[in-house]
Design a protein around this ligand. Structure first.
Ligand code: PMP
Length: 452
């Protein structure tokens, strides 16, 4: 019989898989270290187990203890699996920009999850760095993992991921490319490979909104480089101790849009259903094209699985809302594609202004078409309401028909974008589209600007 004693024994020894389609324009062999074969579906199982083993060995983690960590999901999964097998409790702290799937998945493996705001300074007491640290201090018999500065993170990759890649390529690897978050993967694999052959080049993938690339190139920690971004898993607004800049030859930054598009491309063109940082990593490999020659063997590491991103990079509405889909917008039909499933908000002539205000607030909209039994007869918008308010402070109790403005023009589904934009101006805030089934939808300035 051939079986593992428990799920933890299946961590590591993941396959190396050749890329065939997306890399056609490159002169070299490109292989992916395919980490979703780990039981928690990500590379992070390796370092999670290593961090727990090391903490048990030196007494930081005691029997029955509580494991506390700030995690974007994958480290949490690895820690949770190990905690189940070894008998610990887990509390994870996550930033609210992370996908809902990741939070649900951690709860599914028995962890408690605390969600914190994303766009606050790391030193802010609400940040996920501060909250996880505080919980670690307050909860008895707890251990705060701190994957950013915990040396066992990098060590796991030095001891397992690096040697596997070296052996699987028969020592022929010339370049290693990988997304950088805590820095554990790049630093551990990078140090091992450079120890075996100092000529191997190590490239990090960074995001716009993160400090790594500039810091590596200039030694300057530039706060201007920090701003919110969408790509998940890579980039930081801090310098984790696990990033060993000495083993990294360079960084390339990939945009949120490219990372999202290439996540979809990996799935649709290679059959590789992977997470968002894999999209960033493969786009980064393509950006580094001029560094590769015919005999090179490039290994790119793919961190995690696509299932955690089905509501995001694999969802066309989500992609379209962010302007990530390369679709041409030509007609009124294209402009309303995103909101046809939602009902159009209207007010009736006999309703009160307070009803219109309530609807504008609830649906976060700035204008509403007005209807009576014969169809559309007028409109209400913020500037019109403000204008009436100046003359009559009791405006909210007046019927809509007394204050409404002109009705919006109605266009056909195939009306050209240029004609629709000409109809929207200072005096006319929106256009209605006849859906040819008795219903209508609305196009606002916001829709035109998003399309541009
Ligand atoms: N991709 C994903 C999906 C991740 O969860 C992480 C970890 N934050 C990374 C990439 C970056 O890996 P590392 O932390 O080892 O630098």
């Amino acid at each position: 019989m051939n079986y593992a004693e428990n799920i933890l024994e299946t961590i590591g020894n993941t396959p190396l898989v050749k890329l065939n389609t997306l890399t056609k324009e490159l002169p070299c062999l490109v292989l992916s270290k395919y980490e979703t074969f780990n039981p928690g579906n990500s590379v992070k199982d390796r370092m999670a187990l290593q961090m727990i083993n090391d903490a048990e060995a030196d007494g930081r983690l005691q029997p029955g203890g509580t494991i506390i960590e700030g995690t974007s999901g994958n480290t949490g999964m690895g820690l949770a699996l190990a905690a189940i097998v070894k008998g610990y409790k887990c509390i994870f702290v996550m930033a609210d920009k992370q996908s809902k799937e990741k939070i649900d998945i951690l709860r599914a493996v028995g962890a408690e999850v605390v969600v914190c705001p994303t766009n606050v300074d790391p030193k802010d007491p609400r940040s996920y760095y501060s909250v996880s640290k505080r919980l670690g201090e307050e909860i008895p018999n707890s251990w705060y993992v701190n994957q950013y500065d915990n040396p066992s993170n990098c060590k796991a990759h030095f001891l397992s991921t690096g040697p596997e890649i070296w052996e699987q390529t028969d020592g022929k690897i010339t370049h290693f490319v990988v997304g950088v978050g805590t820095g554990g993967t790049i630093s551990g694999v990078g140090s091992y490979l450079k120890m075996k052959n100092p000529n191997i080049k190590i490239w990090g993938i960074d995001t716009y909104g993160s400090v790594f690339k500039k810091y590596h190139e200039t030694g300057i920690f530039d706060e201007n480089e920090i701003y919110p971004y969408i790509t998940e898993g890579i980039g930081e607004d801090i310098l984790p101790k696990n990033v060993n800049f000495g083993v990294i030859d360079g960084f390339t930054k990939v945009t949120d849009k490219d990372a999202a598009i290439y996540t979809q491309k990996l799935s649709k063109e290679e059959g590789m259903f992977l997470g968002n940082s894999a999209g960033a990593a493969i786009k980064g490999v393509l950006q580094l094209k001029e560094h590769f020659t015919k005999d090179d063997v490039v290994v790119v590491l793919f961190h995690d699985h696509g299932s955690r991103y089905v509501g995001k990079m694999y969802n066309d509405s989500w992609m379209r809302e962010r302007g990530f889909l390369e679709e041409e917008v030509k007609t009124a039909a294209d402009l309303i594609k995103n909101h046809t499933e939602k009902p159009m908000v209207v007010v009736q002539t006999e309703e009160l202004v307070s009803h219109a205000i309530e609807r504008m607030r609830d649906f976060k909209i700035s204008q509403i078409p007005v209807k009576d039994v014969d169809g559309f007869v007028g409109s209400i918008d913020e500037s019109l309401l403000l204008h009436h308010f100046m003359n009559d402070k009791n405006i909210s109790d007046r019927p809509i028909k007394e204050v409404m403005g002109k009705k919006y023009p109605i266009v056909k589904l195939n009306t050209k974008l240029e004609e629709v934009s000409k109809l929207i101006n200072k005096d006319n805030q929106a256009v209605l589209v006849d859906l040819e089934n008795g219903a209508h939808h609305i196009i606002t300035k916001y829709d035109i600007i998003s399309a541009i």
